[in-house]
Every structure is written in C-alpha cells, then in structure tokens.
Design a protein around this ligand. Structure first.
Ligand code: DCS
Length: 285
C-alpha cells in the first residue's frame, strides 16, 4: 500500500483524487521540490524546504507549513512507505478555482501533495558518465523559481533522449546556463567553473553542496558565466542534481570531453560528496 500526502492527510494512492480545476493542471501554477532519501533519512532537507518556501514566496503563494512541518511530512512519508534509498516529491499549487488567470481569493488554499518513492543511486552513470546534447535556452527569465512550468525543460530533455543522450544542456546567447534538470560544471586546469546563481538558473542544492566540498578541498571555483565554446574546451565536465548527484559528462553534441572518461577532479568530488551522505545518514534525528 502506497501512502500519498494531500493537504494534511495520508491517503492510499488509488483513493486520492485531484480536481480538474486545480491551477497546477490548468496553468502549472505552483512550485515543487525533490529531496533524496539515503538509509531512510532525508538528505539536505532544510535546504530543500527553505528553497521551497522561497519559490512559493516568489510566486506570491502563502504556504500553511513551516520548513520543520514540511520535513515532518516528508519523514512520515518515508517511514510509512518504508523507503530506504529513494526520494520525496512535494508540490504546492495555487489551489482549486474556476479557470481565470489572476489569483483566486484568499479563501482558496494551496493544494499540497507529496509522495515518497524508491530510487537507488544511479551507480552505472556515476561511474561511466553520460553524453549530453545542447539546446537553446528558450525558458523564461525566472529560472531561479522551482516552478511546475517545465515545458521547455521537457522538450529539451526529450530531444536529448532521442539523440541517445542523458541530459540537455541549455545555452542562452552563447552562455551555458544549466541542464534541463541539473546544474552544469566544467573543470579547467584544476579550477571549477559554473554559472552564477542568478535568475537564469536554479540554484541547485547539490550545486551548493559541491561548492562547499570545493571550499573544504581547496579547489578553486569561478562562479562566472562561460560560453559553450569554453565548456567544450574544459578538461572535465559534470552535472549535478538531487537524483543524479555528481554525474560525469563524457561528450557534448557527440564531441568527446577530455579523454572521454570521468576526470580526476570529478571523481574526487564524488568521493567527498559520498562522505557528506554517510555523515547525514549517521546524524541522529
Ligand atoms: N536545475 C534545474 C532546472 C533542475 O530542475 C534541477 C533539479 C537542478 C538544476 C538541480 O537542483 P538540485 O540539486 O536541487 O536537485 N531538478 C529536480 C527534478 O526535477 N528532478 O530531480 C531534481
């Protein structure tokens, strides 16, 4: 039996229904988070729900729970569904109302739904890396919001998958922004390059952990815009996300990165990242 969360209740998935008038369904009017579970414990949950509240605030959607309460909901889903290695998905839409673009009245409360699901670490990809394909970044200019509106991301990912690739890398005016569901990093002469956390990217929680790992390991970081041409010339390239962790990128549009195998800085960061997971698993609740 799989239990899902809907506005304060834990319900069997098959008994749960959502109105056709939900603004998430009509407009993608909502925000979401994906939080990883390792050894039955949430990883970087405070950061994820902090970003969730911030995304909701940016779209002027008041939420009825605090970060701590959201963590409690996610923990209950993990416990009730017996998840050991997996993730929690949680979203909030602006609620159920007749289809009119402007916000409904204050009496309409957000629709909050969540579930926990098994999802083991992608060990093969972590070891072997993935190929990527570039795509025009045709998204809006508030990519810092983790919005349910993902059409451009979906289109780019589909084209990448059809080309036999694991991810699409967005390029805006010649500048590499991020992946369709990940952040992108390059390594040149031992220095890490990644797009700054502006409105043009989602400031990934995994990205933040990687930057902390770099500081701890004295790896130099340049959070500056860089071009696709510069990315092609990097010694190593990798992507990060909650579910993909630190995944090496071994080719871009069919052109090999470095020697076509995961590089030493990427592997080192993977090891340091894995340690942060082990530490989080050992912490008592
Ligand atoms: N950029 C975009 C556009 C994303 O969708 C994501 C995560 C990231 C960056 C990386 O952020 P995190 O490190 O915080 O995960 N996308 C989530 C998703 O849709 N599925 O898994 C993660």
């Amino acid at each position: 039996m799989t239990l899902y969360f809907k506005n304060g209740e834990y319900t069997e998935k098959d008994k749960l229904s959502i109105s056709i008038d939900d603004r998430g369904y009509y407009f993608g009017d909502g925000v979401y988070e994906v939080i990883k579970v390792y050894g039955g414990k949430l990883y970087t949950a405070e950061e994820h729900f902090g970003r969730f509240l911030s995304s909701a605030q940016k779209i002027r959607m008041p939420l009825p729970y605090t970060v701590e309460e959201f963590i409690g909901i996610a923990e209950e889903l993990v416990r009730a569904n017996g998840i050991s290695e997996g993730h929690v998905y949680l979203q909030a839409t602006r609620g159920v109302a007749p289809r009119i673009h402007n916000f409904p009245g204050d009496e309409v409360l957000p629709m909050i739904t969540a579930y926990a699901i098994d999802n083991p670490q992608p060990l093969g990809k972590l070891e072997m890396g993935v190929a990527v394909r570039t795509a025009d970044d045709i998204r809006w200019l508030r990519c810092d919001i983790k919005s349910l509106n993902l059409l451009a991301n979906v289109m780019a990912k589909q084209e990448a998958v059809e080309a036999g690739c694991g991810e699409a890398v967005f390029v805006r005016d010649g500048i590499v922004t991020e992946g369709s569901s990940s952040n992108i990093f390059g390594v040149k002469d031992g220095i890490l390059y990644t797009h700054p956390a502006t409105n043009l990217i989602l400031n990934g929680i995994t990205r933040r952990v990687v930057l902390k790992c770099c500081a701890a390991e004295s790896i130099g970081v340049m959070e500056e815009p860089y071009t696709l041409e510069e990315l092609r010339g990097m010694d190593e390239v990798f992507l990060t996300s909650t579910t993909s962790e630190i995944t090496p990128i071994i080719s871009i549009d069919g052109e090999t990165v470095g020697d076509g195998t995961p590089g030493p800085v990427t592997s080192r960061l993977q090891r340091v990242f894995e340690k942060t997971i082990q530490q989080a698993m050992q912490e008592t609740n």
